[in-house]
Design a protein around this ligand. Structure first.
Ligand code: ZN
Ligand code: ZN
Ligand code: FE
Length: 746
């Protein structure tokens, strides 16, 4: 008899029924059970049958499962007379929680099949699809430990749930029109309108140009017709979000292709079970101009819940329902996504309807966002569909870590053994409401993954809310707290993603981060490994005057760099009063800090090119500068040693009347060239031949691609991000990795 343990994503993906069917087909006797962290099989049969069985287990496993390790032991035979799925028991160990999975093709067919008993059921799902992480209380993954425990199965659903031949066998969220959760409207005097009537009502509002809040898998979305300028504008005004791009959900791939260019690689991710938002190159089409103003890309996703499908395609008498809807996180600006009805009523009073449902969301999960660089994915926000799948890093000692991450785009990370589990997206933690959500999400994930931190890690910044929370948690748990420099954590996250153990030259280009010397860092060249780092070089320091405003208002940086107020006035970088104020601050050294932030250099260049003087959202100036550069087909650069020289050259040429798109391009090319030259020097001195690129600035696909290319031409190996964001959403992973590695060093 064989005792087989299969580790990986084997829970909530139909793994046990798959094993049972396989065993039955090959006349194998024994049992299969969920063990929390793995599936355990006892299998008894002829040697040949067992060999086939073992092989099939690893090659024919269900599409959503992922096998990471198989342990096989030979044991004496027992008295089995059939093959049984036995109840879950619980054992501690490495735990793999499945992310939420988009509705599958088979369920989609059934949803619109009049003869199916789940016809138009907004919560249809099966062993291959449906919510997982967001409805889970504890492991192992069983119905009683999910928010589906509120919905006892009807006889027909129970029949499928317990029948190994059914494709809903052992599917925890299984339900139907009789026994499942219900959708309904809340607020605006529409209380009591439920189910199909609620969906029809919402369709009518959306078709008529209204705004609707819709509860989904990981939180509420705000939706309106993406081709209706005034609807989009009203949403912008209500949400106080003047220009930040909105994501668009298209009815299907054909609708996407009418509005955007879609490569094969992009299509695979767009239509994958994770269904992230993918940034696609826009065509000249009919999406309203104010959806993603002044940038060349559009954030696009496909319907991923049955409710989304019904909103697009419900068989009612509404003609010409839009094939593209804005689907943006339903949250007040800067605060985590709304998940319950009370908050929805408070937050969405400007909506024409609020469509909710009674299946509880236990953990928030925003949509993931992905760009493509050189035809490879480049994650911008890793959340729904991906979290909490762990990142593997070989050879760690057994130590459990909680890493709190950064302040903006916050995620946190729990680590144990060789696994680094990053949470779904939390948001901007400078708001105290977000801190509360962060704290409760940590509790839930600790519980789910059964990790009791022995060390807490956080950023070095003394005033980050995450630092304060880390101090609180570490003293409550009475465990050590380790603070890690922001940009080093960025580079570490890149090493973690690439499972790279050696020394690298780390290039961290970023917005803002607290440096070891108390100045603002963000254009750093490190010599480092997972345990230590040395700041070998940085871009030329400049003065950031004006406090918080200086990180949003690029003209302030431009003024400091050009040191010529008359010229600044001539260029109308700001009003005369503002320029005088800035002059005063700089001359008297008031509210001034020294900075090496590359993000701010982008802001300054965007300001002097009159592309963006003041950002209304993080990264706006840089995104617009990139978009401008992409409109130039010139390929020219100059060799400069410092960012200040590059800035001055752009300024001089601008005054000579050169085209701003060409100058935006020139800036990108020159910055990449300068970077590669600095790295080349460092490599020659240090003999390190591997470079890791990280930090939010490398979200810029043009800069990333140019830098990558120039480094490779110099014979260097380049590590980049693909599925971990280069921005602050990734640094929790770097922090956790450092702690884990420090421990090994002892
Ligand atoms: Zn399905
Ligand atoms: Zn049912
Ligand atoms: Fe950062």
């Amino acid at each position: 008899m064989l005792n087989i343990k299969i580790f990986g994503i084997v829970q909530g993906v139909g793994f046990r029924p798959f094993v049972k069917n396989l065993a039955d087909a090959q006349k194998i006797f024994g049992t299969v059970a969920n063990r929390g962290s793995y599936v355990e099989i006892f299998a008894q049969a002829s040697e040949e049958a067992l060999k086939k069985f073992l092989d099939a287990l690893q090659t024919k496993n269900p599409p959503r499962s992922a096998i990471l390790k198989v342990d096989v032991k030979d044991l004496p035979d027992k008295n089995f007379s059939d093959f049984k799925i036995i109840d879950s028991t619980h054992e501690a160990g490495d735990i793999f929680v499945s992310p939420d999975i988009a509705v599958c093709e088979k369920c989609k067919e059934e949803l619109f099949d009049k003869n199916n008993r789940r016809y138009l059921h907004p919560f249809i799902n099966c062993t291959a699809c449906g919510p997982r992480l967001t409805i889970l209380k504890n492991m192992p993954y069983d119905r009683e430990r999910t928010s589906m425990s509120d919905f006892p199965m009807c006889a027909a659903c129970a029949e499928e749930y317990f029948n190994p031949a059914s494709r809903r066998f052992d599917a925890q969220p299984v339900c139907c029109n009789d026994c499942g959760p219900e959708v309904y409207l809340i607020g605006n005097g529409e209380l009591g309108i439920g189910n199909w009537d609620a969906i029809k009502h919402v369709r009518k509002i959306l078709a008529g140009g209204g705004i609707v809040a819709i509860k989904g898998i990981g939180g509420f979305h705000l939706a309106c017709n993406a081709k209706n300028f005034s609807a989009v504008q009203r949403l912008r005004d209500s949400k106080t979000r003047p220009t930040k791009p909105f994501a668009v959900m298209f009815k299907d791939v054909a609708a996407v292709e009418r509005e955007c260019f879609l490569s094969e690689a992009e299509k695979i991710f767009l239509d994958s079970p994770q269904k992230p938002i993918v940034l696609l190159q826009k065509k000249i089409g009919s999406i309203a101009q104010n959806v993603a103003p002044d940038i060349n890309k559009l954030g696009v996703m496909l319907p991923y819940t049955p409710l989304h499908l019904l909103i697009f395609d419900f068989p009612d008498d509404i003609k010409n329902f839009p094939d593209a809807l804005i689907m943006t996180s339903g949250n007040p600006s800067g605060v985590p996504i709304t998940i319950d009805d009370d908050d929805a009523l408070k937050n969405f009073d400007y909506c024409d309807a609020i469509l909710s449902h009674d299946r509880k969301i236990l953990l928030r999960a925003d949509d993931s966002v992905m760009d493509f660089i050189d035809d490879k994915p480049s994650m911008i926000r890793r959340s729904r569909g991906y979290a909490p799948l762990p990142i593997f890093f070989d050879g760690n000692k057994k130590i459990s870590v909680l890493a709190l991450g950064g302040e903006l785009k916050n995620t946190f990370c729990l680590a144990k053994n060789n696994l680094l589990y990053a949470s779904p997206y939390i948001g901007d933690v400078s708001d105290l409401r977000t801190v509360e959500v962060l704290e409760s999400s940590i509790e839930r994930m600790k519980n789910l993954l059964e990790i009791n931190p022995e060390v807490v890690a956080c950023d070095l910044h003394p005033r980050y809310q995450t630092t304060k929370l880390a101090e609180k948690i570490s003293s409550a748990l009475d465990v050590p707290l380790i603070k890690i420099q922001h940009h080093y954590a960025h580079i570490l996250s890149c090493l973690a993603e690439n499972n790279f153990h050696g020394e690298v030259i780390g290039v961290a280009f970023d917005g803002t981060g607290y440096g070891l010397d108390g100045t603002i860092w963000g254009g750093e060249f490190f010599l480092c490994d997972t345990k230590n780092f040395e700041r070998a070089a940085s871009i030329k320091p400049f003065t950031q005057a004006g406090g918080d405003k200086s990180s949003r208002e690029g003209w302030r940086i431009a003024v400091a760099l050009m040191k010529d107020f008359e010229l600044a006035k001539k260029l109308k970088l700001a009003s005369v009063a503002e320029l005088n104020g800035q002059k005063f601050l700089l001359e008297k050294n008031i509210n001034c800090v020294t900075s090496t932030s590359v993000g701010r250099i982008f802001d300054a260049v965007a300001a002097i090119l009159d592309i963006c003087k003041v950002s209304t959202y993080e990264g706006e100036a840089a995104m617009k500068l990139q978009a401008a550069a992409e409109r130039s087909d010139k390929n020219f650069r100059a060799d400069f040693l410092t960012t200040e020289e590059i800035f001055n050259e752009v300024l001089t040429r601008r005054l000579d009347g050169e085209n701003i798109f060409d100058l935006a391009r020139f800036f990108h090319e020159s910055l990449a060239e300068m970077t590669a030259a600095i790295v080349e020097d460092l490599s020659r001195e240090s003999k390190i031949k591997t470079v890791a690129l990280s930090g939010g600035v490398f979200q810029n696909s043009l800069l990333s691609s140019l830098t990558f290319d120039k480094l490779r031409r110099r014979g260097l190996k380049v590590l980049r991000h693909e599925l971990i964001p280069p921005n602050d959403g990734g640094i929790c992973i770097g922090q956790a990795l450092h702690v884990v590695k420090l421990k090994i060093g002892g």
